[in-house]
Design a protein around this ligand. Structure first.
Ligand code: 6PG
Length: 482
């Protein structure tokens, strides 16, 4: 075979990845379960580069040069397993199977192990940037072996988004590392979007402004510290008018947010690892809450009139600036939590993930690309073992500068009855980390009282238990710690 890389699964993401590869001079083998997709790709885009279309999986595999590199771009879960099962018997040791779908990292670990038995490399790869990104330059997060990266790296680095001539692709780490990082990327994406949505809700209520006016505020924010893809498209969506009704588009969309599951996976994994990604969790739950139409209807009826749902802001510019600062501070919390999560996953699975490297490849191509990712990279360059991003000089300054605004926004929205789960939980997280003493001490006391679960003391080593039902004397200490 002559093709340097192949793509099987030619729905829009696979199709655009294949075109991106061909446009960069790679000879691309093509395959799709139903041949119409392959044919239409050839008809519509066959002249963009060198494609080798095949109608059967066997011909597709035969069209590839060895060691073969096959990108699988089908639905996560069962469909991915089905394609792998069909491919494996046709491949030879040293060949590489690349899963570019949004797979769960645990599935990727399982598949990597299974294919390793056959002498095959399995590379779970996170690809972010949607359809446009896939075609014009996504952010690429490959896992898998060093050996497979030696072949794939140059290919992926050339088709990835480039920022300051640096490709948005690095080898994340072995087996499931790439899909893990993509999962956390999506968790941060959920938090970012929820924060933006809350900011919009606050501005709309506080300023009694229409979506078009708020679009202008976001447009302005996009030329400052908040500059990011999501802020940019927020302005676009808010400014859009529905063609059939002439109403603002955002007012004719049903207010129930859906999800395909990556945010949920992020939260599940963080619970297992014991990492408080509270902003991401609130964002995920906020989507679920929005979908519970019956509960919302009943609550709206039962509790009508208990919130104001709007308040008259007197100093409009000061209020807008408060919301901007609260948004920035909360966004810093979301990224700090996401990077904590990646570090914990890396430790748990021995992936040795370079956090600075991750922030580098999220600067372009991906959905959460933002100006301040450069600052995250700087923070980890200066201090790779930084305990929390919030403490890096740039972010600490932004947070300190924003704290009064953050408190005002959360307090005022609570008073007005406007829910800000992500803003307020991010502030609570900040205060939780910052506070000298936490009531966790009382929780330990209660646990010891009802269950003899023991506690540690501030002044001595060891674990202790108070005889609550007896004379309330204390037992334990360093020597009897069990
Ligand atoms: C990306 C996105 C993408 C994701 C969609 C939809 O990085 O390009 O994260 O992979 O599938 O954003 O996600 P939800 O349906 O869960 O919102």
């Amino acid at each position: 075979g002559t093709a340097q890389i192949g793509v099987t699964g030619l729905a829009v993401m696979g199709r655009n990845l294949a075109r991106n590869l061909a446009r960069h001079g790679f000879t691309v083998a093509l395959h799709n379960r139903s041949v119409e997709r392959t044919r239409s790709l050839m008809t519509d885009h066959g002249t963009e580069g060198t494609f080798v279309p095949s109608e059967s999986m066997a011909d597709f595999v035969a069209s590839l040069e060895r060691p073969r590199a096959v990108i699988v771009m089908v639905k996560a879960g069962g469909p991915t397993d089905a394609v792998i099962d069909e491919l494996v018997p046709l491949l030879e040791p040293g060949d590489i199977v690349v899963d570019c779908g949004n797979a769960h990292y645990a599935d990727t670990r399982r598949r990597e192990e299974a294919l390793r038995e056959h002498g095959l490399h399995f590379v779970g790869t996170g690809v972010s940037g949607g359809e446009e990104g896939a075609l014009h330059g996504p952010s690429i997060m490959p896992g898998g072996s060093d050996e497979s990266y030696a072949k794939l790296g140059p290919i992926f680095e050339s088709i990835a988004a480039q920022v300051d001539d640096v490709p948005c692709c690095i080898h994340i780490g072995p087996d499931g590392a790439g899909h893990f990082v993509k999962m956390v990327h999506n968790g941060i994406e959920y938090a970012d979007m929820q924060l933006i949505a809350e900011a919009y809700d606050l501005l709309r209520a506080g300023l009694s402004a229409g979506p078009a006016e708020i679009a202008e505020i976001f447009r302005g924010w996009n030329s400052g510290e908040l500059e990011s893809f999501l802020i940019e498209i927020t302005a676009d969506v808010l400014a859009h008018t529905d063609a059939t009704t002439g109403k603002p588009f955002v007012d004719i969309v049903l207010d129930q947010a859906e999800q395909k599951g990556t945010g949920r996976w992020t939260v599940q994994s963080a619970l297992d690892l014991g990492i408080p990604i509270t902003g991401i969790a609130e964002a995920t739950f906020a989507r679920s809450l929005s979908g519970h139409a019956d509960q919302r209807k009943l609550a709206a009826r039962t509790f009508a009139g208990t919130g104001n749902d709007s308040w008259m802001v007197t100093d409009r510019d000061a209020f807008i600036e408060d919301v901007r600062k609260a948004l920035l501070a909360s966004k810093i919390v979301a990224y700090a939590q996401g990077f904590d999560h990646i570090r914990a996953g890396s430790q748990e699975y021995g992936w040795d993930i370079d956090l600075g490297g991750v922030s580098t490849i999220w600067r372009g191509g991906c959905i959460i690309r933002a100006r301040f990712l450069d600052r995250i990279r700087e923070a980890y360059d200066e201090q790779p073992d930084l305990a929390t991003l919030m403490a890096a000089p740039y972010f600490a300054k932004a947070i300190l500068d924003g704290v009064p605004s953050w408190r005002r926004v959360v307090a005022d929205s609570a008073r007005a009855g406007i829910p800000t789960p992500a803003f307020s939980s991010s502030l609570a997280y900040f205060d939780g980390l910052r506070r000298n003493r936490l009531p966790a001490a009382l929780i330990q006391g209660l646990r010891d009282n009802f269950g003899a679960h023991t506690y540690r003391r501030v002044d001595r080593e060891g674990s202790f238990h108070t005889l609550w039902a007896g004379d309330r004397s204390e037992t334990g200490g360093a020597e009897s710690a069990s």
